[in-house]
Write a protein that binds this ligand. Sequence first.
Ligand code: NAD
Length: 328
Amino acid sequence: MKILVTGGAGFIGSNVVDAYINAGHEVLIADNLSSGKPENINPKAKFYRIDIRSEEIRRLIASSMPDVINHHAAQISVPASVGDPIFDAGVNIIGLLYILEAARNAGVKKVIFVSSGGTIYGDADKLPTPETYPARPVSPYAIGKYTGENYLRFYGKQYGLDYTVLRYANIYGPRQVPYAEAGVAAIFMDRLLSKKPCRLNRYPEEPRGMVRDYCYIGDVARANILALTKGTNEILNIGTGIGTYTIDLFNAIFESLKRNFPELPDELKAPQMMPARPGDMKMGCIDSRKAEKTLGWRPEVDLKTGIELTVKWRLAVNGKKATKGENR
Ligand SMILES: NC(=O)c1ccc[n+]([C@@H]2O[C@H](COP(=O)([O-])OP(=O)(O)OC[C@H]3O[C@@H](n4cnc5c(N)ncnc54)[C@H](O)[C@@H]3O)[C@@H](O)[C@H]2O)c1
């Protein structure tokens, strides 16, 4: 298949590109490199430095006529969406419309759209939360993702453009960048490797921190492969269904780092306790049994293994950087 991946230089998008290329697909990437990195770009993909809010994306889709568009490009920060909802909507809603308009005119068969199972349900009282639970987005970011889902439904009905919506949990793994709230695993790793103490935000009644559903990137890439041919016109949660307290995530990272990087100071084992930030959801965890039925997908990498894989990747990257520095 010929597949256009938007955001294919970013953390998740680049891992999806690698999986598509390994599966033998022809891949094009459209990314403006606002947070994506050139080193993430698979050399076997054709790369276009393009903003999705531009005529160039329309021209690229019209001339390349991909079978599937996998849309990962986005403004990804919840606080940034609160600070500048107009910018957020420009990228996450208007940008999507550029793609959908071009897709229907170019005869694209399917769009895979990435939404947010971590934010779309708000503070749900049913955990793990299934797709049937009402969406209660409480930030411009989540409102934008939910709006995107509704546009896909519209394009599906009106123009017969097939879609699959993947509502991700908190994704972690190699290439994750240490910013934005979803990047907590990368933030902890970064601070510990710089021998700086970590901060753990929590509400007074729950000293262990927030509960989140952490899903490994390799599992997510596999869901994107399956969604090429399955899950048509479905909205699917992609997560583990397991809620993990921030302190347990921190401990898993600390232990894995200590095993692989013994010079890590023991006094960093106790994170600094900080108050919750405004709007911090207490608990989030999503039910992915529908993805199991529809795609035949289930997560295979448990948190301990996923953290170990990520730590090893991170140390290897640091090692390469150090070697380059020595050679200079
Ligand atoms: N990381 C998570 O846990 C998580 C959870 C739920 C949903 N998501 C969604 O997954 C997708 C990928 O997120 P990520 O964590 O890999 O973030 P990321 O920042 O690494 O990737 C986003 C990519 O989009 C590109 N981009 C941004 N604006 C663009 C524009 N206007 N034109 C072209 N390219 C643009 C960036 O350069 C970057 O490469 C996003 O849609 C995000 O909302 C992520």
